[in-house]
Design a protein. Structure first.
Length: 179
């Protein structure tokens, strides 16, 4: 019998000062059995950074053909493809053919090595690549509870996150912008 995902309920008061976007997000997020809490919380942060109408979590790790998050148009096209982690060049290439906008959020301790090895190949693709500070994502994941109320304020390339279990600031760097 397969291990089932762990379900988390999150209520997020989002203030994105860069985009003048303010919303209350009610998210149900599944932690896949093979996924770390850090990866899941990176997906949540990517959701907050890109919050917009139509943004949705996909089957993610359960369906390798889908990104972690996406926005689909009324005519079933993918307008935004978001992957979390360190995907292979071929996956990013495929995503850039399928979607108008592609964003990769790298967060692992091995992010720098992944970027150094693939920078030349990724530079040829129309994809935005963002590296999130690994230590800060670990601190964000430490706030995790099955039911979570958070306040997320985004300004510049950082998010200040406050919850019942504490506060953390998570920073990121844009490694590559879209062409």
């Amino acid at each position: 019998m397969a291990i089932k995902p762990t379900i988390y309920k999150m209520r997020i008061a989002l203030s994105d000062l860069e985009r003048n976007y303010y919303d209350t997000l009610n998210l149900t997020v599944a932690l896949h059995p093979s996924e770390t809490p850090e990866r899941m919380m990176t997906r949540v942060l990517a959701y907050c950074i890109n919050a917009q109408a139509g943004l949705a979590f996909t089957k993610g790790l359960s369906d390798v053909e889908q990104p972690d998050l996406w926005v689909r148009t009324m005519d079933d096209q993918t307008s935004l493809w978001i992957d979390v982690g360190e995907p292979a060049h071929e996956r990013v290439k495929k995503a850039s053919r399928v979607a108008k906008n592609v964003k990769i959020y790298s967060f692992n301790a091995k992010s720098d090595t992944w970027w150094q090895q693939g920078q030349g190949k990724f530079g040829l693709l129309n994809a935005e690549i963002i590296r999130i500070n690994h230590t800060e994502i670990e601190r964000f994941a430490a706030l995790l509870q099955r039911t979570l109320d958070l306040s997320v304020t985004i300004t510049g390339q950082s998010a200040f996150i406050a919850g019942e279990a504490g506060e953390v600031e998570v920073n990121w760097a844009l490694l590559q912008s879209r062409k």
